[in-house]
Design a protein around this ligand. Structure first.
Ligand code: ZN
Length: 239
């Protein structure tokens, strides 16, 4: 079960501070990992699945879906593809612009969007925040905070037109699911882009390198292991 709590107001726009998910239990890491994933609602679980798929493909490890709030159905999905050459139609790949949210939003037809919520494993960056504003997506729900681009929404609020398009924000999350959503892009940087990783805190840099050195995540990716295996594998770093 996921619960949205701790409503506060930022610049006149409602921001919900937490998307709580189940914490670690007292069982074996794999059993706890399955329980954590079973406890997440379908859109956020799909975001994590896409994030892991992205990481396994050599991209940054972020996933996103768009949900029709009238039905609860996922109507489009995308994942980060910056490290890949090939992609489905209407999907960016092999460019620094190939972000998960961009690829999910690009699948939507032109038309009303008031009933749509963008879900993503990582707080949208400046690029994706801009796309959300351009398309007037009214709500964004995310699992992990992004230390580099957390203020993107606040800067948008200083521009009158952008401020009028600022979405309701539901996030960041807490617990292992949120931790994994943060850890995947961090560890990607440790493997592929240490120059960008240097912009993060020392604790995040250490965590990113520990993922590669102290867990079997790379081996699991090479073997095509499911998401639960990935979460169980990093339990020693997150518990
Ligand atoms: Zn982005």
């Amino acid at each position: 079960m996921v619960t949205d709590v701790a409503v506060c107001s930022t610049g006149g726009v409602v921001r919900v501070a937490c998307v709580n998910t189940l914490g670690w239990g007292q069982n074996e890491p794999m059993d706890d990992a399955r329980a954590v994933l079973d406890g997440i609602d379908a859109p956020l679980r799909r975001c994590l699945e896409l994030a892991w798929e992205s990481w396994c493909a050599g991209s940054i490890g972020v996933g996103a879906v768009v949900v029709d709030d009238r039905t609860g159905a996922i109507v489009s999905e995308g994942r980060n593809r910056v490290g890949e050459r090939d992609a489905p139609p209407n999907t960016l790949a092999g460019t620094a612009l190939a972000h998960a949210e961009m690829n999910a939003l690009a699948q939507l037809p032109l038309g009303p969007v008031g009933h749509l919520t963008l879900h993503t494993s990582l707080e949208p960056c400046c690029l994706c925040a801009g796309a959300v504003a351009l398309m007037r997506i009214p709500r964004v729900r995310y699992l992990a905070p992004d230390p580099l681009f957390d203020a993107a929404w606040d800067h948008m609020a200083t521009h009158p037109e952008l401020a009028s398009r600022r979405p309701e924000q539901l996030g960041p999350g807490t617990g292992p699911a949120s931790d994994l959503a943060r850890l995947l892009p961090l560890s990607f940087l440790a493997f592929w882009d240490v120059a960008t990783l240097a912009d993060y805190s020392a604790a995040d840099v250490d965590l990113a390198h520990a993922v590669l050195a102290d867990t079997p995540l790379l081996d699991l990716a090479a073997a095509g292991a499911p998401l639960a295996d990935a979460l169980g594998a990093v339990a020693s770093l997150l518990r």
